[in-house]
Design a protein around this ligand. Structure first.
Ligand code: SF4
Length: 473
């Protein structure tokens, strides 16, 4: 009887990608995704360590699972990801009913550790300080039939003072270009039409093998893959964002006209304290070049509010730059002290009530801004990669990364393409005006349909199951 599993993924896209590998490794070892509503034999937490409440979240989940573990001793719990890499044995002290703790550098070893824990009836912990092998060489169970993450590097050589990632994922390691291209071609052969190149700092790609133009070359190479309709990437760093990357984006038709580039703060004084190694003028300069090369491109970003020492003036500079650069969206975070980072020991930690007041103010401002940026496309048409079809309604992403809701038509499938006239706009999405102008069946839609039929015939669900019943997940 196959053992069933669920995976709770916390944190960033890198973790989403790793969870696909964890699921793929479990599938290869004979496990199956737990059917909806069933009690799984294995619960895996792929954890994040970026923010303070990440710990509280994990231990809250675990305390909720303890009674189930007591009533079903054969059930197993495994903890992986950045918090496992950081806390290691502490997790077993705080939650002695956990069976396996594994790190970010050895996600593929989980099935072996689970078996060893069952045979030896004792908890197993395996944390590696450096990468065993690139996670992308492991089998994968992808969330989507037509859209895929492809990691091109792991780790980071930067030393941002608020960030714990370099300590947990190590220095940057770049994947050989041939490996990446073989994976991209294999994914496209499997029906994938959209690929997102993934790394902590994608545009530093090549630093490991001494070619600073390697990322631009990689984008162009992906552009040559027949059948690959959309190429995206995240996350670049402004310090390493060079003109050859902008030219590659502008000259490669299937690279999407959208750039997600973290800014973090609009104040040079705070950027210096964050050790972000660029200033506002450089950031603005890059955006200006991107916009002159791709006039219809959109920009999204990440912003931290309440970094130690942030004055009202610094905060207002952040508000102002969002207006100046007309971001389509900004993912905003309240600064949270992360022990082990230089910023945690900095003076002038901002009181939490001030941080949340600024956070709310910025949010309201960004909503107004996103509304106006989305208003710009009302009356125009958008090519939408359909991601969801629910009866008479459908949704998807435009080339420039806008979420589009529209009236569906018979036979439209997730993975297909629809040409939509934009009728109205909201802060975080735009609405189609009536039925699509045209639709196009794609190999991505075929792949979705094939997986759906397979799931119906085998009873094994698509994607990666999660625990539905955990409160506050
Ligand atoms: S660039 Fe900075 S914030 Fe991003 S992963 Fe590296 S150290 Fe962390």
């Amino acid at each position: 009887m196959s053992r069933t599993y669920v995976i709770q993924t916390l944190g960033c896209q890198m973790n989403v990608h790793d969870s696909e590998r964890i699921a793929g490794s479990l599938d290869a070892a004979g496990y199956i995704p737990a059917p909806e509503g069933s009690d799984p034999d294995l619960v895996v937490f792929n954890t994040c360590a970026v923010r303070e409440n990440a710990d509280n979240k994990l231990y809250g989940h675990l305390s909720f699972l303890a009674p189930s573990k007591k009533s079903r001793p054969d059930m197993q719990i495994a903890i992986g990801g950045c918090l496992a890499q950081k806390d290691q044995g502490t997790i077993l002290k705080k939650a002695p009913y956990v069976d396996v703790v594994f790190g970010t550098h050895n996600v593929g070893s989980l099935p072996t550790l689970l078996e060893r824990a069952r045979v030896e009836q004792s908890a197993q912990i395996e944390i590696k300080e450096s990468l065993d092998h690139f996670p992308s060489t492991l089998p994968s169970r992808r969330h989507s039939a037509f859209s895929a993450w492809v990691s091109i590097s792991v780790g980071c050589n930067n030393t941002c003072t608020f960030c714990i990632v370099p300590a947990l994922r190590g220095r940057e390691k770049d994947r050989p270009q041939d490996d990446i291209m073989n994976e991209v071609r294999a994914l496209v052969a499997d029906g994938v039409t959209e690929v997102t190149l993934l790394g902590q700092n994608v545009n530093a790609y090549g630093v490991d093998f001494g070619d600073r133009t390697a990322f631009a070359k990689l984008l162009r190479k992906c552009g040559e893959v027949e059948g690959l309709e959309r190429i995206r990437f995240m996350s670049p760093h402004p310090r390493d964002f060079t003109d050859d990357v902008i030219e590659a984006m502008a000259e490669t038709p299937n690279v999407m006209p959208h750039l997600h580039m973290p800014l973090q703060s609009g104040s040079d004084r705070i950027l210096q304290a964050m050790r972000r190694s660029y200033r506002v003028d450089r950031y603005k300069g890059i955006i200006d070049k991107v916009r002159s090369a791709m006039p219809h491109s959109t920009i999204t970003t990440d912003i931290i509010v309440g970094f130690p020492g942030e004055s009202e003036t610094d905060f207002l500079e952040t508000m102002q730059i969002t207006t100046d650069l007309r971001f389509l969206a900004a993912y905003t975070f309240q600064y949270s002290k992360r022990p082990g980072t230089p910023a945690a020991d900095m003076p002038d930690q901002i009181p939490s009530e001030v941080v949340s007041e600024r956070y709310t103010r910025l949010h309201e401002h960004l909503n107004t801004l996103s509304q106006s940026v989305n208003n710009d496309v009302v009356g125009t048409t958008a090519e939408v990669l359909v991601t969801d079809v629910d009866g008479a309604r459908a949704s998807g992403k435009s080339r420039d990364f806008r979420l589009v809701h529209f009236d569906s038509v018979d036979g439209l499938r997730p993975g297909d393409i629809a040409e939509i006239r934009i009728g109205s706009a909201k802060p975080h999405f735009v609405l189609g005006d009536g039925a699509p102008i045209s639709t196009r069946k794609t190999r991505g839609g075929d792949a979705f349909e094939a997986r759906k039929k397979e799931a119906e015939s085998t009873g094994v669900m698509l994607g990666i199951p999660t625990l539905k019943s955990i409160p506050g997940k």
